[in-house]
Design a protein around this ligand. Structure first.
Ligand SMILES: [Zn+2]
Ligand SMILES: [Zn+2]
Length: 198
């Protein structure tokens, strides 16, 4: 067994190797069904919020389940929630809606700014029927999604290391760059990337 840890050296130029979808693929989009659900939940609690609410999906989210942007009355959810369950989508929607409601009430009272998951938010959760909601914005099953999925291997010395994501920049083996190239990056020691099959 080899316990030596592979160390990296980053190259100066951005990697060309990893194809990214077109930017439009990544853009946020509103969801009228989610908006209607949020509006119906808030229609008696804060009817003045109903025409301002914007609810949708943000495909750029990684481990965050959802966010509430109270200055614009926006709620954005992570599309990965759809792969878990409808109940998880709804729970996250109401969690974020409770943030908007708590901040909205705060503005009207001009009291000190509430804590993100403080008593005002907890009250809003009760009013929205999700008393005891957990104070997390992380996706459930995050551990599974964070499993190491790529192996980086030095083509010269053969050292390898597992990573969750592909590095955004070119990476070379630090030990080999030091040994053979004065500690500077060289393509010859650029790490090879292998996808680890689950
Ligand atoms: Zn929250
Ligand atoms: Zn090496």
């Amino acid at each position: 067994m080899n316990f030596k840890q592979l160390r990296f050296l980053f190259g100066g130029v951005k990697s060309q190797g990893i194809a990214q979808p077109a930017s439009s693929h990544y853009s946020k989009h509103r969801d009228s069904a989610l908006e209607k659900r949020a509006m119906s939940m808030i229609s008696t609690l804060a009817p003045e919020l109903v025409p301002r609410l914007i609810v949708g999906w943000n495909p750029r989210m990684r481990t965050t389940a959802g966010v509430a942007i109270h200055s614009r009355y926006e709620i954005w959810l992570n599309p990965a929630l759809c792969g878990i369950s409808d109940a998880e989508v709804d729970r996250t929607l109401l969690h974020e809606l409770a943030h908007l409601l708590a901040m909205h009430r705060h503005d009207r009272r001009r009291s000190p700014r509430p804590q993100p998951h403080g008593i005002e938010w907890k009250q809003a959760c009760r009013d929205l029927g999700i008393e005891g909601e957990a104070r997390t914005h992380q996706l459930p099953f995050q551990r599974r999604t964070m499993q190491r999925r790529y192996r980086l291997r030095c083509p010269v010395c053969g050292e390898s290391h597992e990573r969750v994501r592909v590095p955004k920049r070119r990476v070379a083996c630090l030990d080999c760059c030091r040994l053979h190239h004065g500690g500077r990056y060289h393509e010859r020691f650029r790490l090879e990337i292998f996808k680890i099959e689950a």
